[in-house]
Write a protein that binds this ligand. Sequence first.
Ligand code: GAP
Length: 598
Amino acid sequence: MSETKSKEVPLMEKITSLCKRRGYIYQSSEIYGGIGGFWDYGPLGAELKRNLRDAWWCAMTRDREDVLGLDATIIMHPAIWKASGHVDTFADMMRECTLTNKRVRADHVDPQSGTVMQYSGAESPTGWKLTRTFSALLRQGEHIESFRKRVRGLLALNAGEAAGAVEAIVLSGEEKGATVENSVDFHPETSGLLNEARPFNLMLSTLVGPTATEENRAYLRPETAQAIFAQFKNVFDSSRIKVPFGICQIGKAFRNEVTPKNFTFRSREFEQMELEFFIAPDEAIQLIHGSVATWSETADLSTPQPNWGWEMWHRYWVDQRTKFYATIGLGTDVLDYYWQQPADLAHYARACVDILFKFPFGTEELEGIAARGDFDLTQHQKHSGKSLEIFDEELRTAAAKLSDAEKQAFTDNVISAWEADWTSKGKSGDEARAAALTFCEKLLKGTYLPHVIEPSAGLDRLALAIISNGFVEEEKADVNGKKELRTFLRLHPKIAPVKCGVFPLLKNRPELVTKAREVNALLKKHFNCFYDESGAIGRRYARQDEVGTPYGVTIDFETLGEKGPELADTVTVRERDSGAQERVKIDALVAYLTGRLA
Ligand code: GAP
């Protein structure tokens, strides 16, 4: 038995086709030609997502005592996005094609070679006219006539009905320009000359209220995180919880991605699962515990300790998230880690690691885990004018035990550390000293703004990772030695959409059907089951294998007691991956499956 798991692009096509054929994922609005970057989840996809959401929610909050949940609105006060920096800086650098106005991300332009063809304009007998100059690349090996046809086609597509027939369009003032090699100045699809890169804000907006004025502009959230920061104080005040603690949320996010691609990997509407874990600043830990635990390769990350600073907490969450992925079938053999270099880091971030998954189209980000300092709460405190600081009695008591000289020494140390840090980032030393002094004065009274560790994962990316990881094509010889290709989804039982297929051996034997319906009713109270009585039993198994159902229960003649009383009321349970079969008593079935589906 040999297993083939090709990592070439065609694998992605097989996965996309399976997703559509079996009801995992469909293109949104498909009957109208689809809409780029939007995807719908069919019956099985909806169940898979629900299982993944539940697994994440349990691991992140229900199974813990230090994380609480939140379910905030998609549209929030626009000031939130000003404070977070999204209005001003949440942008990709984009370039526009001078031929079609089609945009492309500046860092997504592949090099092309050929001859630049320049035109003074174009027109058609319908009266349509393009009066500006434009250029496009006659690609190496492309015939000039097919090139002109292609350019006319692109112009027609852009102009719509006004341009009339493609063949009737006349290109004016054609001139041959320079020959270029490996140039990144031409659109990868159209080969039209690209203009200079400009920032393009990724937020989708709408108007809220009866008047269509700019004051009513509101945004569809580009991340779920900001609601957590905005509600931080409410959750803290209403929950009798202490730092360190977290607030997590699962919900939709929207980004006007310029080049949505790789199936659901980069979508315009997607779901995020985010945790903001609030911790005390290292200086507070130093005051309370006398020192801050430092990370080393041998550090024990299993149980959080009171003297952990941001670095230990950051490492802890990377470890926790890795363990979570193992529980749903993504082991470290299919994951990778990218520790962002100082140059990659956002200005406020102290560290960020991307957990990557080996997708068929490349190893790409599944989740980011960032140590964001107190940037977000500082911004919201500043923009809202509301204090988001918390008071910590343990800290106040520890500080009160220090002599004046010790307090001064502590403050001096903090000031010089901040000054060195800020100036190394090109910021003012004077401002660093003033900020550090205010911070120490408050800290010594037991007050501070918590810092944050943020594990932020994408649910749609995770669903895609789970499906591509589970996709297996296996060549197997049948009883006559003939080789057959078997396709199945090796999903972890915990997250499989359907847990159990229920099959009467034969559809035309009412006793088998009645018994199978009874078994189905029994199991349905506990698991998502699929009852199927049509076709040969082998084909019914294969259909369930293809969608990742881990178990199949067959009601056969043994069940009816026709092969001896000792087998009466037993069923055949078949396991998906091995095909191994076992006889199980019906009244032991729920316990049998429960033990294997966790
Ligand atoms: N609050 C931090 C934040 O939003 P991000 O790296 O931009 O960070 C976090 O997004 C996660 O959200 C990513 O790791 C990815 O899984 C998912 N994600 C981001 N953009 C996405 C998109 N366009 N389509 C699908 N998932 C996306």
